[in-house]
Design a protein around this ligand. Structure first.
Ligand code: NAP
Length: 242
């Protein structure tokens, strides 16, 4: 019950890693705001939690496109009104697109930077004053191994994920003395709809999956809840000096 009476906002909460986060935080007592661009997925993720009798926390769906200023502002205000505050923000919403500097269109560049990076800025911008008012809080951003290195044909994604590290470090430096902790996780390949879509682009999905597994020290890909548990640790009091 690490998160009893804590309000936790999770973007991209309708699928994959974000959905696993919603479950872990709710299992540990949080009031979870499930934010996703897809209203149906947000609702179903929240309902899966509400339907479980063994969960002490709660979950409510808040559909929004967090890459748009008006949506980000509206949703944060709305959550404050409905749930009574904001303690933790998990910025997980993201998209994957492919291309080099030559083949990436301006529209694709703008879309990836807007969804993967600008959304984290906007959500932080509106959440931080509310956290500060409450005496502190924590923000966990979902980067990627591609925050730390590049893979081929992924220019916009790699650039956006490198940016997530800079954004995280800036928030940590600017707001640490207001008792705000900002951290970033950089997962490898995790078994989510995004990963399955990515490998389905290649002719032989099974072969690509094997390559993904071999690229990891453990010889396998990760599961969404393995990342969610790390995110919950970073956001909790257990991670109080991070
Ligand atoms: P996922 O299963 O596709 O989940 C992402 C969710 O975010 C989807 O429900 C998506 O909706 C939603 N979303 C997209 N744009 C949004 C927006 N503008 N506003 C609100 N919600 C939005 O992907 P995932 O694999 O769990 O990825 C989650 C995060 O982990 C991403 O930031 C990703 O870059 C990162 N990551 C993933 C892996 C991996 O191997 N899976 C590895 C490292 C990092 P739609 O489906 O409708 O777009």
């Amino acid at each position: 019950m690490q998160f009893k009476s804590k309000v936790v906002l999770i973007t991209g909460g309708g699928s994959g890693i974000g959905k696993a986060c919603c479950q872990i935080f709710a299992e540990r007592g949080a009031s979870v705001a499930v934010i996703d661009i897809d209203a149906k997925k947000a609702k179903s993720s929240a309902n899966e939690i509400s339907d479980r009798n063994d969960i002490k926390g709660t979950a409510q769906a808040f559909p929004a496109d967090v890459s748009l200023l008006n949506d980000a502002k509206r949703i944060v205000d709305n959550i404050q009104d409905v749930l009574g505050g904001v303690d933790t923000l998990v910025n997980c919403a993201g998209i994957q697109r492919y291309g080099t500097a030559v083949s990436t269109s301006e529209d694709t560049w703008d879309e990836v930077i807007r969804v993967n990076l600008k959304s984290m800025f906007l959500m932080s911008k509106y959440v931080l004053p509310k956290m500060i008012q409450r005496g502190g809080g924590s923000i966990v951003n979902v980067g990627s191994v591609q925050s730390l290195g590049a893979v081929a044909d992924s220019l916009a994604y790699v650039t956006s994920k490198h940016g997530v590290l800079g954004l995280t470090r800036s928030i940590a430096i600017d707001h640490g003395r207001e008792n705000i902790r900002a951290t970033c996780v950089c997962p490898g390949a995790i078994d989510t709809p995004m990963l399955r879509w990515s490998i389905s682009r290649e002719g032989d999905s099974e072969k690509v999956l094997e390559i993904c597994k071999k690229a990891h020290a453990l010889g396998r890909i990760g599961q969404p809840n393995e990342v969610a548990k790390l995110i919950a640790f970073l956001a909790s009091e257990e991670g109080s000096f991070l």
